[in-house]
Design a binder for this molecule. Structure first.
Ligand code: SF4
Length: 333
């Protein structure tokens, strides 16, 4: 069980940092991929159009990258009201102090305080509580394994705490999730920044045109000590080499040795990377194009996935209500 916030189209950082791992995991696990629109609204509540548009865009990206709806369930968070209901019940089991200790919440609050002053008044109730809704996301679908990077471990810990508390008060009801730790590498930007990101303006999107890719690669940061074409350089400090490596260029050894002994110029090296990048992205873009032309097919995948996900969430909710003794009537209201 994992999720992605629909706040923008996906880029290579998303793919190499998470989605390529999900594509592999779907072969061995019954997988649920949540398009977390409710969560996206916690800090985009004043821009619903952005979230709405990106629900489809992100779904198209996932499908193009290899998430297979025949093997996995892709669903929209807001179509499952049971998640919201669980969030309410779980919110009684978490103290405010504990939520404020969550590293992600802590960092975000710090940033907001720096922007808006030291009062913390700009931090919404929904934002502070989002780890609780994440616990609901995971447990609603009996999520046993959650693929995470090291930095997301506190999120799983928070969910496990909620599950233990719930089960100890109301009896064994919820599945305790285990983190499925992966290296989740953080992908650097072409500008040498440690992270590729939309706000940093250094991302290569799966939907970028050939011209955009060329422009971005030609502007990539290389070894700044290399002035002339035949100067020897250090590929390990060059972002062009970093991407040759990331994209598994079969010619990698030659790129490395020619760079080191001054036998290759940066322009030629960038042109080679453009070819490697194009070869990598073309089949993804082809699939993307197909889904862009077939929006009804994308909608049907989401409808089918959401309906199936809801049957699981309803079953969890039935057990929760029973054990919390709020199952007053046999008849469905
Ligand atoms: Fe980077 Fe290639 Fe230039 Fe070496 S030759 S510095 S690897 S772009």
């Amino acid at each position: 069980m994992t999720g992605i916030r629909p706040t923008g189209k996906l880029h290579l950082g998303h793919y190499f940092g998470a989605v390529c791992n999900w594509v592999k995991l779907q072969e061995d696990y019954q997988s649920f991929f949540e398009i977390a629109d409710v969560q996206a609204l916690t800090d985009n509540f004043n821009d619903p159009e952005k979230v709405r548009t990106n629900v489809r865009e992100v779904t198209i990206d996932l499908l193009s990258l290899g998430i297979d709806p025949k093997k996995s369930t892709i669903f929209v968070q807001s179509t499952i009201p049971e998640i919201a209901e669980l969030t309410v019940y779980y919110s009684n089991l978490v103290t405010m102090a504990r939520l404020y200790r969550n590293p992600t919440v802590k960092t975000e609050i710090k940033q907001k305080k720096a922007l808006f002053g030291n009062t913390g008044e700009s931090v919404t109730y929904g934002f502070v509580g989002y780890p609780v809704s994440q616990a609901a996301d995971i447990t609603a679908f009996e999520g046993a394994c959650v693929p995470v990077g090291e930095d997301q471990l506190p999120l799983i810990e928070q969910t496990r705490e909620i599950v233990h508390k719930f089960n100890s008060i109301y009896g064994e009801t919820l599945t305790t999730p285990e983190p499925l730790l992966s290296s989740n590498p953080r992908i650097k930007g072409l500008d040498g920044n440690e992270k590729m990101g939309k706000s940093l303006g250094n991302a290569i999107y799966l939907s970028d045109s050939k011209e955009e890719i060329e422009r971005k690669i030609m502007g990539a940061v290389t070894d700044t000590s290399k002035i002339r074409k035949d100067d020897p350089a250090n590929p390990e400090v060059c972002m062009v080499y970093y991407y040759h490596k990331l994209l598994d260029n079969p010619n990698l050894e030659t790129v490395c040795s020619e760079c080191k002994n001054g036998a290759r110029g940066c322009v030629a090296c960038k042109k080679e990377l453009i070819k490697v990048m194009t070869n990598f992205l073309d089949p993804i873009k082809e699939k993307r194009h197909y889904y862009e032309l077939h929006p009804d097919e994308v909608d049907q995948i989401l409808i089918k996935g959401s309906k199936y996900a809801r049957t699981i969430a309803k079953n969890t909710m039935r057990k929760v209500r029973e054990n919390m003794q709020i199952d007053y009537f046999k008849e469905e209201i």
